[in-house]
Design a protein. Structure first.
Length: 340
C-alpha cells in the first residue's frame, strides 16, 4: 500500500483529501501544527472512514521534528497543504506568511531529498495569475502581479519547486492551482471552520443563513459583469480532493519533472448567483446589502479546465447547488464550528 504524507491534513482541503486518498486505497499520515484547525477533525475523519489516521502535531518549518515522521513511516508521496492562507492577514504580517509558507515547503523538500521521496503535490492557487482578468486562465497564462504577500508566497514556492526539480531529476512535482474551494463533506461532519468573522464569501453566507451573522455585504455591484457583482470559479471541496488523488496517480507514472494544473469548474458564478443558490439550499432569504468594492478584488476569475481534463482525467462533478447544500448541512450540524 502506498503511503501519502499529508501536511496540513487537519485543515479544510486537507481533511477532505485524506478521505479521498483513503477511499482510493492509500495509507495516510497527517502532519499539522493545529494553527488553523482543531484536533476534533481527526475524530470526525475516524467517524467517516472508520479509520484512525496517524497524526503528528508538528510545525513543518521544524525540519528536525518533521524528520521523525520520515523515519517512522515509509513515505511514497507528499501533499503539502500546510500554510497560512488569509489574504488580508498576509498584508499585516507578511514576514509570518513568507517564513511559514516558504519555510515549511523548504523543510519538506530537504527531507524528501534526505529520504529519497520523489513525488510532491503542492497547493498553489489561482492567485498566482495576479490581477489579470484575461479569462479563462490557462496554465500558460502570465503569472505575477500578485496583489498580496499570500499570493506572492505561492508564486515564489512554485519557482522554488521548479528550481528544486531541476537540481534533482528524480523528483516529480505537481503544482495544483485551486480556484475557489467551497462546500463540505456529504456527512456534514467536516467542512470549512474559520476562526472569528469569516473573510470569504461562502463561510460568511453560511453564518448569515444560520443566524450567527446579521447581513452579508456584497462588495461592489458596478463591475463589468452581467449582474455587476464579481464572478468566481467555485469548486466543491470534494471534487478538489478527488483532483489530488488524480494528481498522485499521475505523478506515479509521469516522466515530467514539474506539471501544473488548474483545478476549477471552468464556470463563473456571481456573488448574487451564489446568494440565490444558497437561499434555495437553506430555504430562506439571506439578508444582504451592497457595499463598496473590496480592494484587490478582480471582476472575473475562472479556470480553463482543458488540461486537467485531458491529462489528469479530472472533471468536477458538482455544481453550485451541491456546494450550497453541503455547506448548509455542515453549518446546521455545527453552528459554532468544531470544539477545540
Ligand atoms: P486550512 O488553514 O484549513 O488548512 C491548512 C492547515 O495547515 C491547517 O490545519 C493549519 O493548522 C496547518 N498549518 C499551517 N501552517 C503549518 C505548519 N507550518 N506546519 C504544520 N501545519 C501547518 O487551509 P485550506 O483552505 O485547507 O488550504 C490548504 C492549502 O491550500 C493552503 O496551502 C492554502 O494556501 C491552499 N489554497 C487554499 C485555497 C482556499 O481558498 N481555501 C485556495 C487556493 C489554495
Ligand atoms: C469571493 C467573492 C468578493 C466576502 C480568495 C483568495 C484566493 C483564494 C480563494 C487562496 C469576491 C465577494 C466576499 C463578502 C463579498 N485563496 N465577497 N462579500 O477573494 O475570490 O479568493 O479565496 O489561495 O487567493 O483571494 O474569495 O470568498 O473572499 O470572495 O461580496 O463578505 O465574494 O468580493 O467577489 P476570493 P472570497
Amino acid at each position: 500500500m502506498s503511503t501519502v504524507l499529508v501536511t496540513g491534513g487537519n485543515g479544510y482541503i486537507g481533511s477532505h483529501t485524506v478521505i479521498s486518498l483513503f477511499e482510493n486505497g492509500y495509507d495516510v499520515v497527517v502532519v499539522d501544527n493545529l494553527s488553523n484547525s482543531k484536533m476534533e477533525v481527526q475524530n470526525r475523519l475516524e467517524k467517516i472512514t472508520g479509520k484512525r489516521f496517524k497524526f503528528y502535531d508538528i510545525d513543518c518549518c521544524d525540519a528536525d521534528k518533521l524528520r521523525v515522521v520520515f523515519e517512522e513511516n515509509k513515505i511514497d508521496s507528499v501533499i503539502h497543504f500546510a500554510g497560512l492562507k488569509a489574504v488580508g492577514e498576509s498584508v499585516s504580517i507578511p514576514l509570518d506568511y513568507y517564513s511559514n509558507n516558504i519555510g515549511s515547503m523548504i523543510a519538506v523538500c530537504r527531507l524528501m531529498t534526505e529520504f529519497g521521496v520523489n513525488n510532491l503535490v503542492f497547493s498553489s492557487s489561482a492567485t498566482v495569475y495576479g490581477s489579470s482578468e484575461d479569462v479563462p486562465f490557462t496554465e500558460e497564462s502570465p503569472l505575477g502581479t500578485c496583489t498580496n504577500p499570500y499570493g506572492w508566497t505561492k508564486w515564489m514556492i512554485e519557482q522554488i519547486l521548479r528550481d528544486y526539480a531541476k537540481s534533482e531529476p528524480s523528483k516529480r512535482i505537481c503544482l495544483l492551482r485551486y480556484f475557489n474551494p467551497v462546500g463540505a463533506h456529504e456527512s456534514g461532519l467536516i467542512g470549512e471552520d474559520p476562526r472569528g468573522i469569516p473573510n470569504n464569501l461562502f463561510p460568511y453566507i453560511s453564518k448569515v443563513a444560520g443566524g450567527t451573522l446579521e447581513c452579508l455585504t456584497v462588495f461592489g455591484d458596478d463591475y463589468n459583469t452581467p449582474d455587476g457583482t464579481c464572478l468566481r470559479d467555485y469548486i466543491h471541496v470534494v471534487d478538489l480532493a478527488e483532483g489530488h488523488v488524480k494528481a498522485i496517480k499521475f505523478l506515479e507514472k509521469t516522466e515530467d519533472s514539474v506539471s501544473v494544473f488548474n483545478l476549477g469548474t471552468g464556470k463563473g458564478t456571481s456573488v448574487i448567483e451564489a446568494v440565490k443558490a444558497f437561499e434555495k439550499a437553506c430555504g430562506h432569504e439571506i439578508k444582504h446589502v451592497f457595499g463598496p468594492r473590496r480592494p484587490g478584488d478582480i471582476a472575473v476569475c475562472y479556470a480553463s479546465t482543458k488540461k486537467a481534463e485531458e491529462v489528469l482525467g479530472f472533471k468536477a462533478r458538482y455544481g453550485i447547488d451541491e456546494m450550497c447544500s453541503s455547506c448548509w448541512k455542515w453549518q446546521t450540524m455545527n453552528p459554532e464550528g468544531l470544539k477545540d
